[in-house]
Design a protein around this ligand. Structure first.
Ligand code: 15L
Length: 269
């Protein structure tokens, strides 16, 4: 692979990836609407607004693979999520098709399956249970990945990222934590693995309390090394499960499930 594009390269994961993939491919092309600083050796900077298809297409010219991290990374109003993650993500896949890009690595999220109960262990075939506008937009992105793989032959790996943090910050993250080291390795495998058509892979470290089986991860050679359990004693000394509101601690998606919740907890299987 000669040239790899990263959208959202100025964001948290984007900045870590810029460092982590340095030298892995001859050219790393970085794109964002936020400032990207100076181009380093082997880097190209191509700013683009995901809401503008022509700009996204220009950023995609001559690219072999794209890691799509851009857009809204947390819950927000429908209008904002729609523009950034529905329209923006469509532009990424459509620009990739028009420019002959071979592979899209799509940063999806655990919030696609957020309303599964924590008592349930799931895998990549679990029913979609989005927990807000953001989760719904990631579900749409996974749908785009599937469509463009089947209809246009663009390989796609959708990464259902858990909690990308330097270390777990609360008890939920003892299950959902993805260390930056494992995250960079994961994205590298998603770019380099052979024989990919469409895969859904959970982005989670080797946590003892993990809720997600990951056959797609095995298929692409993802072998996480970090385990959130190393932080468990310290977190449990400071926090109790009951500190999490009832709705949040019932489901995989945690706080996203609790936002604007007006449902009936007893009716959610
Ligand atoms: C995500 O998808 C978000 O981007 C991030 O901000 C966290 O909320 C994470 O999920 C999580 O579930 O911890």
């Amino acid at each position: 692979m000669e040239r790899v594009l990263i959208t959202g390269a100025a964001g948290t994961i984007g900045r870590a990836l810029r460092e982590g993939l340095r030298g892995a491919y001859p050219i790393l092309r970085l794109s964002d609407i936020a400032p990207l600083g100076e181009a380093g050796p082997g880097e190209e900077l191509v700013p683009a607004d995901l809401r503008d298809l022509a700009q996204v297409e220009a950023a995609m010219a001559g690219v072999d693979a794209v890691v799509h991290l851009g857009g809204m990374a947390v819950e927000n109003t429908w209008e904002i999520v729609h523009e950034a993650n529905i329209v923006g993500c469509y532009h990424v896949f459509e620009a990739a098709r028009r420019q002959g890009v071979q592979r899209v690595v799509f940063a999806s999220s655990n919030h696609v399956i957020g309303f599964h109960r924590r008592s349930e262990r799931i895998d990549d075939r679990a029913t979609f249970r989005p927990d807000g506008n953001y989760g719904l937009s990631k579900l749409f992105g996974e749908g785009l990945g599937r469509l463009y793989a089947d209809k246009h032959g663009i390989a796609c790996v959708a990464l259902r990222i858990g909690s990308w943090q330097p270390q777990p910050l609360n008890l939920r993250m003892l299950s959902t934590w993805l260390s930056p080291r494992d995250g960079i390795h994961l994205i590298g495998r998603a770019l380099d693995a052979a024989d990919v058509h469409f895969e859904i892979v959970y982005g989670v470290s080797a946590n003892d309390r993990n809720w997600w089986d990951n056959p797609g991860g095995k298929r692409i050679g993802f072998a996480p090394q970090d385990n959130a359990e190393a932080f468990a004693a310290e977190l449990e000394a400071r926090m109790a499960p009951e500190d999490e509101p009832e709705v949040e601690r019932a489901f995989h998606g945690g706080p996203f499930c609790g936002m604007e919740f007006s449902g009936d907890l007893t009716k959610i299987e």
